[in-house]
Design a protein around this ligand. Structure first.
Ligand SMILES: Cc1cc2nc3c(=O)[nH]c(=O)nc-3n(C[C@H](O)[C@H](O)[C@H](O)COP(=O)(O)OP(=O)(O)OC[C@H]3O[C@@H](n4cnc5c(N)ncnc54)[C@H](O)[C@@H]3O)c2cc1C
Length: 398
């Protein structure tokens, strides 16, 4: 009997986990199924580029996983039953139930309207491809002088505002941030941000909490009304509600609570990675939703599963941060170096070199999905029936 491992979601983390498991475990012993709503890999970190009219390199999963032993199932996940160990999926042929012995949950996240009135109806978003394409089409129809307001002063907001302003210098682009512009960055980092925003002509509304979105404008808590032919909402990500509807232990955010090996603290046969997981990082702070922490988490989960199924050594490399890589259009960037727990230090890299660095990081992230062991030689190890039973039940080898 093969050990059935189902990976849900083929974004940065799910695709890496599935590919890495296939490199670590003997083909005869496991059936690895990767379920994803789309037939191709979406470079989510480039959605602001897609929205501003740039075309992204197509990356088909059938090519990526050819010959790896991973079976791709293009279908939408509609539910998970962790007691019966089944996943409900639908595709063009209808609904079906898939049974698993071990589950890796990596369904990522979407945008977060945060309950602000009018956002769902009037705002655009770039958390995923459909949203980015919708914004792309809308931006293309804007006339010179029309206003775009990006709401959210986090990494995605900074990247979106600068990308739009650079691609469309004829538009009136503004950013509304709840705090100060880049207030978590080092003084040098903040200074550079202000310089680039100034050069690109982006108006910055600081300490402006947006409380409502209407057609043509947004309102802030201090009573300001900012004209916005287009509002782009980037105030954080929210996870899909599927995990919350299961018996899994989830955090208030709906993320699955996992231990240091990315294993669910309530269900040992379930692992969660990427945006969908609540894992503690350095300084006992939750890992932030990012590829920066999601990628090592995917390696960690795959290696832990392989170790538990084959009797190998459990991985225990701590997941830490090195830098925050921010694109500021195609010609400018900011690399803010950080402590292990993601706090800015003095050192930054700016300018064209930073833009190039960020581009290499994005290329590297996509390369890492297709090369889940980073090109290093690996040995496929044998899964024994006993190990499989213990690994799933989580009684030993914890
Ligand atoms: C514009 C933008 C810029 C970003 N820049 C950076 C950056 O510079 N650095 C960084 O570290 N992070 C960045 N991020 C965050 C990063 O993209 C995410 O943290 C990362 O993609 C999370 O990986 P994941 O595998 O958890 O989820 P995802 O990459 O979102 O993958 C989830 C997968 O699950 C699939 N899926 C979802 N629901 C279902 C369903 N019901 N059925 C079937 N399939 C489903 C999706 O189609 C997708 O393939 C950025 C995000 C955005 C939007």
């Amino acid at each position: 009997m093969q050990h059935r491992i189902i990976v849900l979601g083929a974004g940065y983390t799910g695709a890496i986990a599935a590919g890495r498991l296939a490199k670590r475990l003997r083909r005869e012993d496991v059936a690895i199924t990767l379920v994803n709503a789309e037939p191709d890999f979406v470079e989510r970190v480039r959605m602001h580029q897609l929205a501003t009219g740039q075309d992204l390199k197509p990356r088909s999963f059938s090519e990526m996983f050819a010959g790896t032993g991973v079976e791709l199932r293009v279908a939408k996940v509609t539910g998970v039953d962790v007691d019966r160990k089944t996943v409900a999926v639908t595709d063009a042929n209808g609904a079906e139930e898939l049974a698993y012995d071990m589950l890796v949950y990596a369904l990522g996240s979407g945008w977060n309207a945060q309950g602000v009135p009018g956002t769902a109806e009037h705002a655009y978003e770039i958390a995923g491809r459909p949203g980015a394409l919708r914004l792309r089409e809308r931006l293309a129809r804007l006339d010179a002088g029309q206003s775009v307001v990006v709401v959210g002063g986090g990494l995605t907001g900074l990247e979106a505002a600068t990308e739009i302003a650079e691609a469309r210098p004829d538009l009136d682009v503004a950013l509304a941030a709840r705090g100060g512009l880049g207030d978590w960055l080092s003084p040098k980092g903040r200074g550079h941000l202000r310089k680039v925003f100034g050069k690109l002509g982006i108006t910055v509304h600081e300490h402006a909490a947006v409380t409502g979105v209407e057609a043509g404008r947004v309102a802030t808590a201090d009573g300001k009304v900012i004209p916005a032919a287009v509002t782009v909402w980037t105030t954080g990500f929210a996870v899909h509600p599927i995990a919350k509807a299961t018996a899994l232990e989830v955090a208030g955010t709906g993320q699955i609570v996992v231990d240091g090996t990315m294993r669910s603290v309530s269900h040992p046969d379930v692992y969660a990675i990427g945006d969908a997981a609540m894992a503690m990082g350095p300084g006992d702070k939750p890992l932030r939703m990012s590829c920066a922490s999601g990628t090592p988490a995917a390696w960690q989960a795959a290696d832990a599963i392989a170790a538990r199924l084959t009797g190998g050594k459990l991985p225990n490399a701590p997941i830490r941060y090195f830098n925050q890589c921010i694109s500021l259009g195609r010609k400018e960037g900011l690399i803010q170096y950080v402590t292990a727990d993601d706090r800015a230090v003095q050192a930054v890299l700016t300018g064209r070199l930073a833009a190039l660095y960020k581009e290499l990081i994005c290329k590297g992230a996509a390369w890492g999905v297709a090369n889940p062991t980073l090109g290093l030689p690996t040995r496929r190890r044998r899964v024994t029936r006993e190990r499989a039973a213990v690994g799933s039940a989580g009684k030993a080898l914890a």
